[in-house]
Design a protein around this ligand. Structure first.
Ligand SMILES: [Zn+2]
Length: 86
């Protein structure tokens, strides 16, 4: 398993946990899925889900079939702070 220390990253806006967003999954996240629901969000808005290796594809497909998925990047790439309005 991964060392928790290597997963801490600055600028984490929420509860500080970098855990996969998949239901029931407690694995450390390595991917960030950036998405936008045009019915709820302005076009430049980005919501994010975290995903472990195992669930990246599943979560990507969930968002992708709805046309919500905008970007998939690693947590390391996603280090710059993201505007979280609410
Ligand atoms: Zn997972």
């Amino acid at each position: 398993m991964n060392s928790p220390d290597s997963l801490l990253f600055p600028g984490s806006a929420d509860d500080g946990a970098t855990v996969c967003s998949a239901k029931g999954c407690r694995s450390a996240a390595v991917w960030v899925l950036a998405w936008n629901n045009p019915k709820l969000h302005t076009p430049e808005r980005r919501k994010t889900w975290l995903a472990c290796e195992e669930h990246r594809e599943h979560l990507s497909q969930f968002l992708g079939v709805r046309g919500f998925l905008k970007d998939v990047v690693t947590l390391e790439e996603w280090e710059s702070p993201v505007t979280e309005g609410d």
